[in-house]
Design a protein around this ligand. Structure first.
Ligand code: ZN
Length: 164
């Protein structure tokens, strides 16, 4: 089953998501989030985007050539980030048609719990690093448009206040 998306400017998108204490309880949510991400052609998705304020995100396997399957991250935490940054284009399933340039740390290290409840650490660079930072921002109630410059919708360049 796919889930309905939460769209900007729904205030839910600015709320802080809660830590997951029991991974068993989010397994069904994870499989539904994966189906929703695939159906919507997203490169990543966070639980708040399907209406659940829980610290769960999925990164599409296409974000990194070393990923064999979509990566489910529960309670992800960036514990190391490169000083080096990289500007790149981002969009968001919750803000259709809007794109912007966002400065992100080039390389990050993230610890998280996997769907089996095991603690994991992962290094990410490039697009993978960018998608992880974008999704972790969602868990903290932060949208890419709050960090972006050169925001566009279609052909039109927008000022921040024009988004609504
Ligand atoms: Zn997003």
């Amino acid at each position: 089953m796919t889930l309905p998306l939460v769209y900007y400017p729904d205030p839910l998108l600015n709320q802080l998501s809660k830590k997951v204490s029991d991974v068993i309880r989010v397994q069904k949510l994870c499989s539904e989030m994966i189906k929703t991400m695939e159906a919507e052609n997203g490169i990543g998705i966070s639980a708040v985007q399907v209406g659940e304020l829980l610290r769960v995100a999925i990164i599409h396997k296409d974000a990194d050539k070393e990923l064999k399957d979509h990566l489910v991250v529960i309670n992800p935490k960036i514990f190391s980030a490169s000083k080096e940054t990289e500007d790149g284009e981002e969009g968001c399933l919750s803000i259709p048609g809007v794109f912007g340039q966002v400065l992100r740390n080039k390389k990050i290290k993230v610890r998280f719990t996997d769907p089996e409840g095991m603690e994991q650490k992962i290094k990410a660079t490039g697009l993978f690093s960018r998608v992880l930072q974008h999704e972790i921002d969602h868990l903290d109630g932060m949208l890419f448009i709050e960090r972006a410059t050169k925001i566009t919708k279609g052909e039109k360049m927008l000022a921040h206040e024009e988004l609504l």
